[in-house]
Design a protein around this ligand. Sequence first.
Ligand SMILES: [Mg+2]
Length: 165
Amino acid sequence: MRPVLYLDLDDTLVAWPDGRRGSPRGARGGRDFLRWALERYEVRWLTTWCPNGRMEPRLLRDLARMLDLPAEALQAIRGLDWSHSQCKLDGIAWMEHVVLRRPFVWLEDEYGFGDRERSFLDAHGLGGCYLHVNVSTDADALRGVHATLRDAPPALAPGAGSAPS
Ligand SMILES: [Mg+2]
């Protein structure tokens, strides 16, 4: 079974180099990264663009245009519904990962990943599943994460138990 990739968008795949009042654009390497990821991961949205996990067609087209990808390539991507709590921790399928041991990674900027998120992951030995990226402050951040994932595919943290057979 493929690992899961939870994907934030603003500052992660979409750069805001001039702040939120400027114009967003696709992150450097975003197109290559997403195409690569879609072949290797079950990609799930974890973004305020669609807290219910289903991206509106208009937003999907905007994102596809920024990334220079056909909208169809992104159409099948879903996320969990965390709109009821507005807490991204509710957008991650913990049963699937903590109990069933399915590996995952979470790409997120520092705004979406604070003390609460850090301590929850650490408490379950999953701190290594979080990858920081902010392409608005570091244009090559996503390329760096891409290289990291290429070299070291995600695995649940050692010592957290082995996968059930
Ligand atoms: Mg963000």
